[in-house]
Write a protein that binds this ligand. Structure first.
Ligand code: ADP
Ligand code: MG
Length: 473
């Protein structure tokens, strides 16, 4: 269709300027600025957006208004078609019309500059948060079944902060990628919507800053820093357990930002309802939006992660060795990385190719879930007691109250699962109990694991904690 005959570009400019005056700055940044004029056809205005996600949102939220403004301005019945189109200049890829699937577009980053024809008020670029490590990017995160949901939610937040999924809580055991994901959100927003102020802290940093601000009588400055955030990312909120005045402060920061539609993302090493000593009202805030979990990766995903980590490294490691690592290191991604780094260092230093025998030898003492005699039952008891906020003596002792019996049974189960001790030996360590008591406990916990996925996740979590506790020793 000849462009001269149908030219809705000037009308689109007018629609944009009308919409700018009625939408908030945030809505302009996240939605309107991402829509560009793509052409005119017979009674049809064609617009382009950089992703399927944005297209769906714009189609439901703004298309009817755009259409009716256009009808009013042109005096004609003009329809609006929205394409998903990669906007980077060098690719020149073709757009796809509505209804066409374009999964890849979801993973493509939007063009850095907005392409609406009318000039928009220039928003100021905010300074990058120095606590965000630029090496944590969505591109380097390997997605498996264990992380697909958490990854998609994080990506959606990064593309449209403050719009949906707010607040978001990502939870999962140690080394499963929580920090990687939450910082990827920060990096993405800083790259593609630099006018938003991103603030990343760990709950520990938040606590320390808060305490310091009280000491130096600088609480207003402390509060101001957090109130200015458009996106607040707080890592490892389990650190707030038992810290009631920091919790109180966090509660106020949360409310302030949430009411102003600012994006909040948290991570935690367990589901919120398993946190101890956290005020209920703060717990309620954390669970208000979306909660997503990260599970340990399965073998295929572990292998994909190992392959990805090998890319770009000078050292070649055979598939056979990678498969060996993937099979034997099944705890978490951090352990996978550590095993790989160890082998690469070995190979570089001694200038030797890594054979399966070398890998076996080097990783002998490593992080597998395999049974382990070197782990003491006492250390398991300490981890479990700590988790349930009771004393190790209670676990070993004679009390039969509910609050003690279940942790005791779980501790026996964990001991039986991750060590080579017999039920008799375990019974002895648990205050001289009979081996049948241990067997009964193990069976009971196994039953609970099979019938309740939440229990199963928590126990996996405890097993990981017990293993990392041992490594720290
Ligand atoms: P957590 O915060 O849950 O303890 P991290 O985010 O620190 O875990 O992850 C530990 C290490 O593993 C980091 O180096 C991270 O980059 C890497 N990692 C975790 N998950 C993945 C993944 N799915 N793909 C690639 N690397 C990952
Ligand atoms: Mg972390």
């Amino acid at each position: 269709m000849p462009q001269e005959k149908w030219n809705y570009n000037p009308f689109w400019d007018e629609v944009v300027s009308r919409m700018q005056s009625s939408l908030s700055e945030q809505e302009c940044i996240t939605w309107l600025n991402r829509i560009s004029y793509a052409g005119s056809e017979d009674h049809k205005l064609v617009l382009a957006v950089p992703s399927l996600f944005i297209r769906d949102y714009v189609s439901t939220q703004y298309k009817p208004a755009i259409q009716s403004m256009l009808n009013e301005l042109t005096g004609e019945a003009v329809t609006v078609d929205i394409l998903v189109k990669k906007m980077s200049a060098q690719t020149g890829s073709q757009g796809q019309s509505e209804g066409t699937q374009h999964r890849q577009a979801e993973h493509e980053k939007p063009a850095k500059s907005h392409q609406v024809s009318a000039p928009l008020p220039k928003a100021q670029k905010k300074p990058r948060d120095p606590n965000i490590n630029t090496s944590y990017q969505f591109e380097s995160f390997v997605v498996g079944d264990n992380s697909a949901f958490a990854y998609s939610v994080s990506m959606a937040i990064a593309k449209n902060p403050g719009v949906s999924y707010n607040p978001c809580l990502i939870y999962g055991g140690v080394g499963l990628g929580k920090t990687h994901l939450i910082q990827s959100i920060g990096n993405y927003i800083q790259d593609y919507t630099p006018e938003l102020q991103v603030v990343y802290v760990t709950a520990e940093m938040f606590t320390n800053e808060f305490i310091q601000s009280i000491g130096e009588e600088k609480t207003p400055q402390f509060r101001n820093k957090y109130r200015k955030a458009d996106v607040l990312l707080i890592d490892d909120i389990h650190f707030l357990q038992k810290k009631s005045s920091t919790q109180e402060e966090m509660f106020h920061v949360f409310n302030n930002l949430f009411e102003a539609n600012k994006q909040l993302v948290f991570t935690c090493d367990r589901p919120i309802n398993e946190l101890q000593d956290i005020a209920d009202r703060l717990k309620n805030r954390f669970t208000r939006g979306i909660n997503v979990d990260l599970q340990p990766p399965d073998f295929e995903t572990r292998l994909a992660i190992l392959r990805r980590k090998c890319e770009g490294k000078a050292c070649h490691i055979s598939s056979e060795v990678l498969e060996y690592i993937g099979k034997s290191v099944n705890t978490n991604v951090r352990d996978l990385e550590a095993s790989l780094t160890k082998l690469i260092a070995y190979s570089n230093l001694l200038n030797k190719e890594i054979t399966l025998d070398i890998a076996r030898e080097q990783l002998k003492s490593t992080y597998s879930m395999s049974k382990d005699q070197s782990m003491s039952i006492d250390s398991i008891i300490r981890v479990i007691a700590d988790y349930f906020n009771i004393s190790p003596y209670d676990i070993k002792g004679k009390k039969r109250t509910k609050s003690v019996v279940l942790p005791r049974q779980i501790a026996m189960y964990v001991a039986r699962t991750i060590t080579d001790f017999s039920t008799t030996e375990i019974g002895y360590e648990f205050g001289g109990r009979d081996h049948t008591t241990v067997m009964h406990s193990v069976q009971r916990v196994e039953g609970m694991i099979q019938s309740d996925i939440a229990v199963s996740n928590s126990i996996q979590n405890l097993i990981r904690q017990a293993q990392s506790f041992k490594r720290e020793k």
